[in-house]
Write a protein that binds this ligand. Structure first.
Ligand code: PEP
Ligand code: MN
Length: 339
């Protein structure tokens, strides 16, 4: 952090700034120019608010040098990070990983039928919600622990990895017992207690961007997980709320190159929740991979019309096959490959 003093700041005002810095246990370096005095802070300033200094007399402005999401930043970790699943599937680096499955685990039969169908298209990571954060309290809320057991059993039979959502801190342990990756949903992106517990759970985390959250807020949420000991975090753009009503949300395609610039964490796109309409999903999936996404999260149901949740945005297995084929060719052009 650098503190720029006002042109006419007095020696007493400078002394007050220096003693405030000292009271925080930080060092300082004073540089006196022709017109301005600038104070550089030495040490980790992240726990302190800008206002602690801005409120002092003679201070013109405060400039932060350390990004609040330091661990997530590409400056801190320049090389692309790769998340490896126990079955060998990889998210990040040269790979483009397709993760697919039903919105919700509805029954053993539905899950198995879907998992076999997506596996037949080369998908190695099975998604499926057991704890569902539904907009209405009257909608299907998921099978809970039974759903987790079904996910694990089905995935093991097909040599697949499991990504599934956890919605509350007290469920993190049980979800981590069954899943290979914990999904933190859009509605919980800023649930900091959940992020802390998930960070300490020892499993990779797929963190979805909040519906009304900025990219910076997403990265600071990822920082919570990283700061609690977990370096295996992927961030997911799943559409944000805008004035547009033609689609369920608006996929912020800009977020892909912006995130790739700011962070070396893998970046995932969720065209299913972003569009809300299955016919739109393939085009947005292609766009996401073309923009540089490292992974796709896709909802698939053998009979979308019968789905207990998000049927309108669920692809059939055959449609998924076309998407995998098309994004595979786009990945190829970019020197990457589908994993
Ligand atoms: C999901 O992926 O099942 C989900 C609920 O997504 P989101 O949190 O992005 O709405
Ligand atoms: Mn869904």
């Amino acid at each position: 952090m650098v503190i720029v003093m006002e042109a006419g700041a007095s020696d007493e005002q400078l002394a007050a700034v220096l003693s405030k810095i000292e009271s925080f246990g930080l060092g300082s370096h004073v540089s006196r120019g022709e017109e301005r005095t600038i104070v550089g802070l030495i040490g980790d300033e992240r726990p302190f608010e800008d206002t602690a200094f801005e409120a002092l007399g003679g201070v013109e402005r405060v400039v932060r040098i350390l990004h609040p999401a330091k661990l997530a930043s590409r400056d801190f970790h320049p090389a692309d990070r790769v998340i490896r699943f126990p079955n060998g599937a990889m998210l990040g680096g040269e790979h483009v990983l397709v993760m697919a499955g039903p919105c919700a685990v509805e029954s053993a039969e539905q899950l198995r039928e879907t998992a076999e169908a997506v596996a037949a298209h080369g998908v190695r990571v099975l998604r499926g919600g057991a704890f569902k954060p539904r907009t209405s309290p009257y909608s299907f809320q998921g099978l809970g622990e039974k759903g987790l057991a079904l996910l694990r059993e089905t995935a093991d039979d097909l040599d697949m990895a499991v990504v599934t959502e956890v919605v509350s801190p007290q469920d993190v342990a049980i979800v981590a017992d069954h899943a290979d990756m914990l999904q933190i949903g859009a509605r919980n992106m800023a649930n900091y207690e959940l992020l802390k517990v998930a960070g300490a759970a020892g499993k990779p985390v797929l963190l979805k961007r909040g519906l009304g959250s900025t990219i910076d807020e997403l990265l600071q949420a990822a920082e919570y997980v990283l700061a609690h000991g977990n370096e295996h975090v992927a961030v997911c753009e799943r559409g944000i709320r805008t004035f547009e009503t033609a689609t369920r949300f608006t996929l912020d395609i800009n977020a892909v190159p912006v995130l790739k610039q700011l962070t070396s964490l893998p970046v995932v796109i969720d065209p299913s929740h972003a569009t809300g309409h299955a016919p739109l999903v393939p085009a947005v999936a292609r766009a996401g991979v073309a923009a540089g996404a490292d992974g796709l999260l896709l909802e698939v149901h053998p009979r979308p019309a019968e789905a207990l949740s998000d049927g309108a945005q669920s692809l059939t297995p055959a449609q998924l096959g076309t998407v995998v084929d098309e994004v595979g060719r786009i990945a190829d052009v970019l020197g990457r490959r589908i994993a």
